[in-house]
Design a protein around this ligand. Structure first.
Ligand code: PEP
Ligand code: MN
Length: 360
């Protein structure tokens, strides 16, 4: 599958001068809402209009979508604005109804990708289709599950495929709604370099003011497009209110994003450099996140030492850590001098944290 020339064709055929843009509300709420948003997006970079009809909510009791009725509204969007349409499908019945109603692109949601049963059911009913099918990453950070879902569709002779990165659930609270785990998406690109990859910053961030930054990171990492939830009255949306942006904000985002695709003026060198820099930024963020975590643990040790009246500095333990890290560093190509300097700085910061706690 890695070298399948047909995989990229649908996107190349679109001959876009900008990344692919999928936008529209999280959920179709009313006919009026669906059409109003669509008309405001009509003269923009938006290539596909999205709206969720069947809404998989993690817990019952929330708005779960208008159902098949919404497909008629999507049809009207196409008639009135000329925009192509897309929606999420999660079973055979959804697929049949969406095709019957002429939806152009189908995506499979994060809660479906986790289930090989659902993926197989959808692959079977779509067998041989020329519809574009995009597979969101599964909710849990499991690369094999994501790849497996795509392979099931590919084996069913579905060639207009792509993937959507919407971030991953974590038990730890982070600043994201769904942690991007960029590293995992970079590995995904390595495995399937020919597969168009779209970023969904709305579900990654959960907050509208973080959408621009995540979109820019995605473009710097050579993603092919963006899916951004858009609503004319975001605060009163029936689902995912905090993360939706207005159509005018979306247009501004698209204008401000630096699109680093190769052009005559933008040499190979610049593109590669920006890509590598974006990878470095991802790793740096992870370093800071991990160091923060380490200091939280150090704080807890400080509390324990305080309760038990034990000295902050435990040299034997510290020398053990240093020896081990020098050896491990060596295996990763890091010099002894660097590892020692770095760990001394980390150790000093830990001691400062613990002393602060003990003096409190
Ligand atoms: C959505 O796109 O509205 C959606 C439900 O997404 P996800 O499957 O990523 O949660
Ligand atoms: Mn949503």
């Amino acid at each position: 599958m890695k070298n399948s020339p047909e995989l990229r064709t649908w996107l190349d055929d679109m001959k876009l001068s900008h990344p692919l843009v999928i936008a529209g509300p999280c959920s179709a709420e009313t006919e009026e809402q669906v059409l109003k948003i669509a008309h405001e997006l009509k003269d923009s970079d938006v290539n596909y209009y999205r709206a969720g009809i069947w809404k998989p909510r993690t817990r019952p009791g929330n708005f779960e979508g208008v159902g098949a009725l919404g497909l008629k509204w999507l049809k009207k969007v196409k008639e009135e604005t000329g925009m192509k349409t897309c929606t999420e499908v999660a079973n055979k019945n959804h697929v049949e109804l969406a095709i019957e109603n002429d939806v152009d692109l189908l995506w499979i949601g994060a809660r479906s990708t986790v289930s090989p049963f659902i993926m197989q059911e959808i692959a079977d009913v779509l067998e041989g289709t020329d519809k574009i099918v995009l597979v969101k990453n599964p909710v849990n950070p499991d690369l094999a599950l994501w790849l497996g879902g795509i392979e099931r569709l590919y084996s069913a002779n579905i060639k207009n495929l792509g993937a959507i990165h919407r971030g991953f659930s974590t038990y730890d609270k982070t600043k994201y709604r769904n942690n991007p785990e960029w590293q995992l998406a970079i590995e995904f690109q390595d495995k399937f370099p020919d597969l168009p990859l779209i970023c969904d910053p709305s579900h990654i961030t959960g907050k509208r003011d973080m959408i621009f930054d995540v979109s820019q990171t995605a473009l710097d990492l050579n993603y092919d497009g963006l899916m951004i939830e858009t609503h004319t009255d975001p605060d009163n949306a029936w689902s995912d209110a905090a993360q939706q942006v207005t159509p005018s904000r979306l247009k501004q985002i698209m204008e401000d994003l630096k699109i680093r695709k190769e052009t005559e003026t933008d040499s190979n060198y610049r593109t590669s450099l920006e890509n590598l820099r974006a990878q470095i930024n991802v790793v740096d963020d992870q370093l800071i996140e991990l160091l923060g975590k380490r200091m939280k643990v150090a704080d807890k040790i400080g509390e324990l030492k305080k309760e038990n009246n034990v000295a902050v500095l435990q040299s034997r333990r510290w020398n053990e850590i240093l020896g081990k890290m020098v050896l491990e560093g060596e295996q990763k190509g890091l010099s002894e001098e660097f590892v020692l300097r770095m760990f001394k700085a980390i150790h000093q910061e830990s001691i400062n944290h613990q002393e602060k706690i003990i003096k409190e």
